[in-house]
Write a protein that binds this ligand. Structure first.
Ligand code: ADP
Ligand code: MG
Length: 339
């Protein structure tokens, strides 16, 4: 019998991988903004149209790319961020899988303009469905601009499954806020259909929270601070009287990466126990710094899940620290919830 197994062509492999990396416009936003952060940018601009369905553009003032790197960046498993398997245990960047740009370029029309410090001209690349359709030089400021149009143009099923603009925009705002909170010293700008949704000057965490969630947030914030061998914990919780009926604003960052973790969420909620009305949820912005070798974030391509070596210790520390902060800032049980 003849052999029948073949390696898939790159553009097909890329399209399959894209299915996991790019679920919706918000996934593209996340990947592009994280790349901009990894490039050392101090200012990042996000421009979208029709909730990202027609256009997503991220412009940064980071280190840019050489001509060769600009091409290489669209190859699958091509990354400047890790070199060997050991590096996975010492991650200091958002990215490392080298999949995002290859995936996005497989399912959209992409234009990149990039220029490195000191170079007179930069590189322009246009890619559609994994194929380079145009390449040339361009005069562009230092940094990188990535423009993504017609997302899922070649995957009609995905395109049809996109939700309303309101829902897709909500997802984009969520991703935007997560990165913006993790990097308060970077300036962010966000435009949707020509109107400015966020203008966040470089600042500190407290000010960043206030800029995003409004001036009234300031008085609600109670700092949390704890240094132990297992974890350095910092950030803010919101006073229990401001607990929300809706889920509220809940943010965990592990080594400055937003993660979802119901076990740690439970730790925080249990610290609030007895202080909140039933059916309400606390808001928090908590940053956990742990030894990168004690965690695994390589569970899913989107990296919003994390596995800890020492989950139980984290739970206990988190619960105790939040309780301590609540006590220290004289947050007494609130009996009259209707104030
Ligand atoms: P990863 O971020 O996992 O390395 P990506 O596909 O997102 O993979 O990007 C591939 C490579 O392209 C990055 O490792 C980086 O070297 C380069 N790159 C991507 N975006 C930018 C950017 N905005 N500025 C500078 N370099 C970038
Ligand atoms: Mg990346």
């Amino acid at each position: 019998m003849a052999d029948i197994i073949q390696l898939l062509p790159d553009h097909v492999a890329n399209q399959i991988a894209a299915g996991e990396v790019v679920q919706r416009p918000a996934s593209v936003v996340k990947e592009l903004i994280e790349n901009a952060v990894d490039a050392g940018s101090t200012s990042i601009k996000l421009i979208i149209k029709d909730a990202g369905k027609t256009l997503i553009q991220v412009v940064d003032n980071g280190k840019g790319m050489s001509v060769t790197d600009a091409r290489m960046s669209f190859e699958r498993h091509a990354t400047s961020k890790i070199k060997a398997a050991e590096d996975l245990f010492q991650l200091h960047t958002k990215g490392f899988r080298g999949e995002a740009l290859a995936s996005i370029a497989a399912i959209a029309h992409v234009e990149m303009n990039t220029c490195q410090e000191g170079d007179e001209v930069g590189t322009q690349l246009k890619i559609e469905g994994s194929k380079i359709v145009d390449q040339g030089v361009t005069v562009t400021p230092k940094g990188t601009s990535l423009l993504v149009k017609n997302l899922f143009f070649n995957i009609p099923a995905r395109r049809n499954f996109l939700k309303s603009d309101t829902v897709e925009l909500r997802h984009i705002i969520d991703e935007f806020q997560r990165v913006a909170l993790a990097h308060p010293t970077i300036q962010f700008d966000f435009y949707n259909n020509g109107s400015e949704l966020f203008n966040l000057p470089a600042s500190n965490l407290r000010q960043r929270i206030v800029h995003i969630f409004g001036g009234k947030t300031n008085e609600k914030l109670v700092p949390v601070e704890e240094d132990t061998e297992v974890v350095n914990l910092s950030g803010f919780i919101c006073k229990p009287e401001f607990a929300k009926k809706t889920r509220g604003e809940q943010f965990f960052f592990v080594n400055n990466r937003f993660v979802k973790n119901s076990y740690l969420h439970h730790a925080v909620c249990s610290a609030f126990e007895g202080l909140m009305k039933e059916q309400t949820h606390p808001s928090y912005f908590l940053f956990l710094e742990v030894d990168p070798s004690g965690i695994d974030i390589n569970i899913h391509p989107t990296k919003t899940e994390v596995k800890f070596d020492d989950e139980h210790a984290l739970y206990a520390i988190l619960r105790a620290s939040v309780k301590h902060s609540l006590g220290q800032f004289n947050v007494a049980p609130v009996l009259d919830f209707e104030r």
